[in-house]
Design a protein around this ligand. Structure first.
Ligand code: IPE
Ligand code: IPE
Ligand code: MG
Length: 257
C-alpha cells in the first residue's frame, strides 16, 4: 500500500520529469542574486520601489518552485553591504518591505516546511526587522522541507573578515587553518556549498556574493528581470544545471580509448 506521502512524491516526480527535470539530480543548494527590480519599475515609468514590491511575488514563486524540485537549501541575496549606499528612501522602503513580507508570509511558509534563516550582518538592520526575523525563526516548528536563507546586509568580503577575526579570537594555530576550518567560520558553516547560482537581469557578475562558497558552482545567468521571474524560469535554470558536466578540475568524462 502506498502512503499519502509516497503518493505525493510520485506525483511530484512525474511533474518534474514532464518538465524535463531529473528528480534525482536536483542541486541540494541553490543561490540566487535577485536583480533587476529598479529597471523593471523604470520600464513602467514607476519608482524603483515599485519593482522591489513586485519582487516579493517572485520570491514566493521561487520558494515554491525550489520546494517542488526538492531543493533543500535556497539562499536569496536580498540586500548587500553595498546596498546601504543607495538613497535613504530606497533603503527604508526595502526594510519596510522586508518587515511586511515577514509578517505576511512566514506563518504560511512555516506550515509548508520552509524554515527561515539569515546570513549577513543582521545587527545592522533596523530593530523592527531584527525582531521580525527572530519571531519568524522562533515560530518554526515541525519538519523542514526547505531552508530559506536570506542574505541580508551580506557581502562575501564582510563574511571573510568576520571569519578571520573569529579564527584569531579562538587562537587557532597556523597549521589548523584549512579550507574546512574556514568553512566552519563562515556564515554558511552548516550548509553545503551551492551547486547552482542564478542571477537575473542580464548582469554577469557576482557582486560580492559567496565568493568562497561558489568556488565550483555552476552559474546560470538569465536576462529575465527579478519581478518577472517565475517557476518556469527556475525550472529552466535547473535544466541548464543538469546539462552541465561538472569536472572539478578532473578530465572530462569521455569514453576510454
Ligand atoms: C535588486 O534589484 C534588488 C536589490 C539589490 C535590493 P535592483 O534594485 O538592483 O535593480 P536594478 O539592478 O537597479 O535594476
Ligand atoms: C546585488 O545586486 C545585490 C543583491 C541582489 C541584493 P546589485 O544590483 O546591488 O549589484 P550591482 O550593483 O549591479 O553589482
Ligand atoms: Mg541591481
Amino acid at each position: 500500500m502506498t502512503t499519502p506521502q509516497a503518493h505525493s512524491d510520485e506525483a511530484r516526480e512525474r511533474v518534474l520529469r514532464a518538465a524535463g527535470i531529473d528528480p534525482n539530480r536536483v542541486p541540494e543548494h541553490v543561490a540566487v542574486i535577485m536583480d533587476g527590480n529598479g529597471r523593471w519599475a523604470k520600464r513602467r515609468g514607476e519608482a524603483r520601489v515599485f519593482g522591489h514590491a513586485h519582487g516579493v511575488e517572485s520570491v514566493r514563486a521561487t520558494v515554491e518552485a525550489a520546494r517542488e524540485c526538492g531543493v533543500r537549501h535556497l539562499t536569496l541575496y536580498a540586500f548587500s553591504t553595498e546596498n546601504w549606499n543607495r538613497p535613504k528612501e530606497e533603503v527604508d522602503a526595502l526594510m519596510d518591505l522586508l518587515v511586511q513580507s515577514l509578517v505576511r508570509e512566514t506563518r504560511e511558509l512555516a506550515s509548508k516546511g520552509v524554515r527561515l534563516r539569515t546570513i549577513g550582518d543582521v545587527s545592522s538592520l533596523p530593530k523592527a526587522c531584527q525582531n521580525e526575523l527572530i519571531r519568524a525563526q522562533e515560530d518554526f516548528t515541525g519538519e523542514v522541507h526547505l531552508d530559506l536563507i536570506l542574505a541580508l546586509s551580506y557581502s562575501a568580503k564582510w563574511e571573510m573578515v568576520e571569519a578571520i577575526r573569529g579564527m584569531m579570537q579562538d587562537g587557532l594555530r597556523q597549521d589548523e587553518i584549512l579550507p574546512s576550518t574556514i568553512d566552519k567560520y563562515l556564515q554558511t558553516a552548516d550548509l553545503p556549498d551551492p551547486e547552482l547560482m542564478i542571477r537575473t537581469s542580464g548582469e554577469h557578475r557576482i557582486s560580492n556574493f559567496m565568493l568562497w562558497q561558489l568556488a565550483y558552482a555552476e552559474f546560470h545567468f538569465t536576462s529575465v528581470l527579478w519581478p518577472d521571474f517565475r517557476r518556469e524560469h527556475f525550472f529552466e535554470a535547473i535544466r541548464d544545471f543538469q546539462n552541465r558536466e561538472r569536472r572539478f578540475g578532473a578530465v572530462p568524462n569521455l569514453p576510454q580509448t
